[in-house]
Design a protein. Structure first.
Length: 348
């Protein structure tokens, strides 16, 4: 049995109606609202064929039909039309990022909040994945006689700056030499590889002065702190939004859903696995968690300096407005990338 254009148009009409109402769709509804100019009898026959193809399900013999998981996948792959945000929605997103933001943690929380508000689903985001960032330069800049600014720069920009104590015996020229040695030793290495194992060569170069050795140890501690500060965290918002959807009105279904969403490791795995894809859509059983079989997850990546470093997404019912969700994720992803670029790359 072929899936011709007429069947596809009827299927799209059913999906569009079901996404809006969450009510099984009958042939009469399709005839009235689809604009296909087909009789109810013709639509019924086509709907029967769509059931045979596994694209429609009928919860009760006398009821209308609802899209199957297979139908949503077909819709996403072949039928979905691109959606755009209006000016008010774009302004609403901009206002969230124009608020006073102190660090990456605030940026992530604002992103989770606005994403949940815009979609009315549960939002999820992980902080930038900087462990894979490669060191480019380390510079120790004298500030006073006994203090200096330690600047650590990676291929995604400024990662850390800290004030450190400097022994009075170490001159500005020697600080430049240490900076050069550290840069030569660590440039090109990932933050996850940083350890004190790179320090012995510096000990040899600088001799056996106790003050110098203590200073180098302090440098090593700051380098390790830079690595530890890159640990990814998961931020979620709006889980209670899901309870307003009829799909989760059953107490047992709602309990299973909330139990699943408490598993931060599961959410982290879903998001971290999506960082290589611009957009990812998992529908129902594709999520591979039996407690989320009536859910869909849509994710998008964000980047720093053109390099994908994290992902965010929403979780909602399979009866999701996928086109609108993708439009929202796309715009918020661009906004998030822009503000992170300013934070990490604008080092002047």
């Amino acid at each position: 049995m072929s899936l011709d254009l007429r069947k596809l148009m009827i299927l799209q009409a059913i999906i569009d109606d079901y996404v809006m109402t969450a009510m099984p769709v009958g042939s009469r509804t399709v005839s009235k609202h689809s604009g296909l100019n087909l009789s109810s009898a013709t639509i019924r026959n086509e709907m029967f064929d769509l059931k045979e193809l596994g694209l429609l399900e009928q919860p009760h013999t006398s009821s209308g039909s609802m899209p199957s998981e297979k139908a949503y996948r077909l819709y996403v792959n072949r039928l979905m039309q691109k959606s755009n945000l209006n000016s008010d929605e774009i302004e609403h997103i901009s206002k969230h990022y124009s608020k006073k933001i102190n660090g990456v943690e605030d940026v992530v929380k604002q992103t989770a909040l606005v994403l949940s508000q815009m979609t009315n689903y549960m939002s999820m985001i992980i902080t930038p994945h900087l462990n894979d960032a490669e060191l480019r330069r380390i510079q120790i800049i004298p500030v006073t006689d006994d203090k200096a600014l330690l600047v650590i720069v990676s291929d995604v920009g400024l990662l850390r700056d800290a004030i450190i104590k400097v022994p009075s015996e170490i001159s500005e020229h020697e600080l430049d030499r240490i900076s050069e040695m550290l840069t030569n030793a660590l440039s090109g290495k990932k933050l996850s590889e940083i350890s004190n194992s790179y320090m012995p060569d510096l000990f040899k170069e600088l001799g056996e002065r106790r003050e110098s050795l203590e200073f180098i140890n302090k440098l090593g501690e700051n380098l390790k702190k830079a690595s530890k500060s890159t640990k990814q965290e998961v931020e979620t918002y709006g889980a209670k939004n899901l309870l307003s959807f009829p799909e989760y009105s059953d107490i047992e279904v709602a309990k299973n859903l909330l139990d699943a969403l408490e598993q931060r490791d599961m959410i982290y795995a879903l998001l971290s696995n999506a960082t290589d894809l611009e957009f990812s859509i998992k529908i129902g059983s594709e999520i591979e968690d039996p407690k989320l079989t009536n859910c869909s997850i849509v994710t998008a990546t964000y980047s720093i300096g053109g390099r994908p470093l994290g992902s965010m997404g929403v979780l909602g019912p399979t009866r999701m407005n996928y086109s609108r969700v993708l439009a929202i994720l796309s715009h918020i992803g661009k906004s998030l990338s822009e503000i992170l670029n300013q934070m990490y790359l604008d080092t002047d």
